[in-house]
Write a protein that binds this ligand. Structure first.
Ligand code: 13P
Length: 249
């Protein structure tokens, strides 16, 4: 059964007190539904609060927004995959466009982070997506495939089969501009084709989420597009009532 993924990336919002209040309200609005996969990516400082608030709700997974590629060491301010796992996270976002374009992370570093997540037993959700100028130059496929191939280069095929992917066109993130369902579908199909070339039919089971200005109004049509297996949502996941209505889509 296809179980759409609804992933909330809170970015740098919701410290522990806000996270606790959010979940109290959200859980009052959202009853367990076996036909959906729910994920939360809170800021690291709120991770244990979120895990604690969800201890009766094992149906909802929690992950970190970023990890370092080393397991430990002198990396002030960083967070390792084994530490995130130890704190109860089961997932990690890797290669989010804000990591790539605000913090200058390279494809090579992204690949090392995917490998670190897999090593620690975290499911990586690898994010790929083109910038506006790349889209205007007609390079969308090229960029997405480059990021995808590089991102999975340091893990074995069986590990790739357990990952999640997210296509987030940079020009659609936080801008109110959304890819049309047809555009999203076309790129998701490119990603799926590439994964199938490596994994064969197993690639059918890898969730590919769309992200970029998803809201209550467009969630349904995006989810109906072929090869769109879920949504990775920033701004519209910050309000408990709004997010609970999106996850009931
Ligand atoms: P918005 O939903 O705010 O556009 O953010 C998308 C995103 O970057 C999720 O990871």
């Amino acid at each position: 059964m296809r179980r759409p993924v609804f992933a909330a990336n809170w970015k740098m919002h919701h410290g522990p007190s806000d996270a606790r209040a959010f979940l109290r309200s959200f859980l009052a609005h959202y009853a367990r539904r076996p036909d959906r996969q729910l994920l939360f990516f809170p800021p690291a400082i709120s991770l244990t609060t979120v895990i604690d608030s969800l201890k009766e709700r094992q149906d909802i997974r929690v992950g970190v927004q970023n990890i370092h590629w080393e397991d430990k060491g002198a990396f002030t301010g960083e967070l390792s995959a084994p530490m995130a796992r130890d704190a109860g996270a089961t997932m990690a976002l890797v290669g989010h466009s804000e990591r790539r374009h605000v913090f200058g992370e390279t494809d090579e570093e992204t690949a090392s982070k995917v490998a670190a997540a897999v090593r620690a037993g975290l499911t990586p959700m690898l994010c790929v997506g083109e910038k506006l100028e790349e889209r205007e130059r007609g390079e969308t496929e090229l960029v997405v495939l480059r990021q995808l191939r590089a991102g999975i280069a340091k893990v074995e095929p069986h590990a790739i089969g357990t990952m999640m992917l997210a296509y987030e066109p940079v020009w659609a993130i936080g801008t109110g501009k959304t890819a049309t369902p047809a555009d999203a579908s076309a790129i998701h199909a490119v990603i799926r084709r590439e994964l199938k070339a490596i994994l064969g039919e197993k690639a059918t089971g890898i969730p590919i989420c769309y992200g970029g200005s998803v809201n209550r109004g467009n969630a349904q049509t995006l989810l109906e597009a072929s090869d769109v297996d879920g949504l990775l949502v920033g701004g519209a996941s910050l309000d408990a009532e709004g997010w609970s209505s999106i996850v009931r889509t």
